[in-house]
Design a protein around this ligand. Structure first.
Ligand SMILES: Nc1ncnc2c1ncn2[C@@H]1O[C@H](COP(=O)(O)OP(=O)(O)OP(=O)(O)O)[C@@H](O)[C@H]1O
Ligand SMILES: [Mg+2]
Length: 356
């Protein structure tokens, strides 16, 4: 039976909670007849090394940070949508299978997935989406998603310990896609690469006519830039982070850091270019028309320009609130500045139980 809240007010709000290695972000949206309004937003910064390679090494501190963030953001809702990512725990495969109904596939998904998933099938949670008829007769295209159960448990546990109720576990790349669908029109006839670069992870989701045709996560990110600055100028992690944000530290000016950053950009850009090459190789050399860049690295000065020049594709910094009503009570300037960082959380906050 539906609970009273649902009966009276429609579907309950779900918090989007994006637990990254550098920032924890929380977003709450109110939806009415397809129109979204921003209700709550919060970002908190984690100490380094609490989450490494997507593994939560110090759950007590992460739990404490989530609790504090929820309380500081004046959030009462408890239900959350979380996300996980990383090639060692998430596998997304687009495959062709014989035509069958959703129910039939539900029964067979474990068997079908076994051939495509490089993990023990017992160790993963499986999900799928039928995309439509395949080119071959009597076949259909299906997206299979497998996520390691212990990774899900790890993230679900910290949310629970922080007093929240995880109701959805999504994948970063799909959360980005949700955010994109809400904010960007004119998706037909275009290949768009959603590229999210955090502190230690790159998530890429390439959409053709608005439908995901390629996803890839790589374990590099903005942390490489911080490390390069630390090494070059023999400064602390905290000071390197400041320098990245254009603050002079210990006699080093942001201008001095440009050449160091530029060569460190190269490692990140090479990784992206490699994914794009792979996409082209597997799709008869299709072009990518636009990049929508999100994640904290989008804020690093000169990065977007370097990326664009190197891969020869137009780069747009993401606008996750383009089609979301933002009440006057929010600090517009802050929101605009931080918006690339909360893109995944916005996509998660759009999820509702039973929506897919
Ligand atoms: N204003 C800024 N200028 C430059 N760099 C910034 C700025 N703000 C954040 N960054 C960088 O962005 C990165 C963090 O981005 P983000 O919050 O998207 O990562 P995350 O989601 O916590 O990490 P991940 O998902 O990779 O584990 C860090 O490397 C940080 O130094
Ligand atoms: Mg992230």
């Amino acid at each position: 039976m539906k609970d009273l809240q649902t009966l009276l007010f429609g579907k309950k709000d779900i918090l989007g909670l994006d637990i990254g290695s550098k920032h924890i972000k929380v977003v709450q949206l109110k939806e009415r007849k397809g129109v979204y309004r921003l209700e709550r937003l919060g970002i908190s910064t984690l100490q380094p090394e609490l989450i490494v390679d997507g593994s939560i090494l110090d759950s007590a501190q992460v739990v404490a940070a989530i609790k504090e963030l929820i309380s500081n953001s004046d959030i009462k809702a408890k239900d959350v949508a979380l996300s996980v990512s990383g090639h060692s725990s998430v596998i997304i495969k687009r495959v062709s299978l014989p035509q069958m109904t959703e129910n039939e596939l539900e029964d067979q998904i474990r068997f079908e997935a076994e051939q495509y998933i490089p993990f023990d099938i017992e160790d993963v949670s499986l999900d799928f989406q039928i995309l439509g008829p395949a080119e071959e007769e009597n076949m259909m295209d299906v997206l299979i998603v497998a996520v390691k159960k212990d990774k899900i448990n790890e993230y679900v546990m910290v949310a629970k310990e922080a007093g929240l109720n995880p109701v959805i576990v999504d994948v970063d790349a799909f959360a980005l896609e949700n955010m994109y669908e809400l904010n960007y029109e004119g998706r037909e006839g275009k290949n768009v690469a959603l590229v999210n670069i955090g502190a230690s992870m790159i998530n890429i989701n390439i959409l053709k006519d608005g439908i995901s045709v390629f996803t890839r996560d790589s374990s590099v990110g903005g942390h490489l830039l911080t490390e390069a600055l630390q090494k070059e100028f023999t400064i602390s992690y905290a000071n390197a982070e400041k320098l990245k944000q254009q603050e002079p530290v210990e006699g080093v000016s942001p201008d001095d850091s440009i050449s160091v950053l530029n060569s460190a950009f190269e490692d990140i850009i090479t990784e992206i270019a490699r994914s794009f090459d792979y996409f082209r190789d597997t799709t008869n050399y299709e072009n990518i028309d636009d990049i929508i860049l999100s994640g904290g690295v989008a804020l690093t000065k000169h990065f977007a320009k370097s990326l664009s020049e190197r891969v020869g594709i137009n780069v747009n910094i993401v606008e996750p609130f383009k089609n979301i009503e933002v009440p006057e009570t929010f600090d517009k300037e802050y929101l605009e500045k931080m918006s690339p960082i909360v893109s995944v959380a916005v996509g998660l906050a759009m999820r509702r139980v039973g929506d897919k």
